[in-house]
Design a protein around this ligand. Structure first.
Ligand SMILES: Cc1cc2nc3c(=O)[nH]c(=O)nc-3n(C[C@H](O)[C@H](O)[C@H](O)COP(=O)(O)O)c2cc1C
Length: 107
């Protein structure tokens, strides 16, 4: 955790653990299993009970959990791809897809 929380890449652990989570979901699918990503961090109300049940110490932050099992149903593949929110090569401010939000952090 000392390595994960060292500057300047202090928040990278979220991306790294998210990529690992996605790989677990893909591996489960490859084994013919069903799975679901359960988001925990940054919500204390979700982190606290999981910490207690799994005996996770305070210095370890659970980003999420993955449920794995035998799927009760197989759904048709679908997409949530939305071309309106994808930019190629350069951002286009003229295309107002309401990306700005009042709670957004300025970087
Ligand atoms: C960051 C993240 C957190 C999620 N947390 C939950 C969750 O807490 N509970 C849940 O039922 N599904 C959760 N999901 C699953 C999504 O709701 C959705 O079912 C999943 O991304 C599959 O999308 P698809 O149906 O387009 O394949 C989460 C997904 C992501 C990416």
């Amino acid at each position: 955790m000392d390595f994960a929380f060292s500057e300047p890449s202090i928040d990278y652990w979220i991306q790294e653990c998210s990529a690992a989570t996605e790989n677990i979901l893909l591996a489960a699918a490859g084994l013919g299993l069903g799975s679901i990503w359960i988001g925990l961090y940054p919500l204390p109300s979700k982190i606290k009970p999981v910490r207690k049940i799994l005996n996770i110490p305070e210095h370890v932050i659970p980003l999420g959990a993955v449920y794995v099992g035998y799927a009760g149903e197989i759904k048709e593949p679908r997409t949530q791809y939305n071309e309106k929110v994808v930019y190629w090569q350069q951002y286009d401010p003229a295309r107002k897809h309401r990306a700005r939000h009042k709670n957004m952090k300025k970087l």
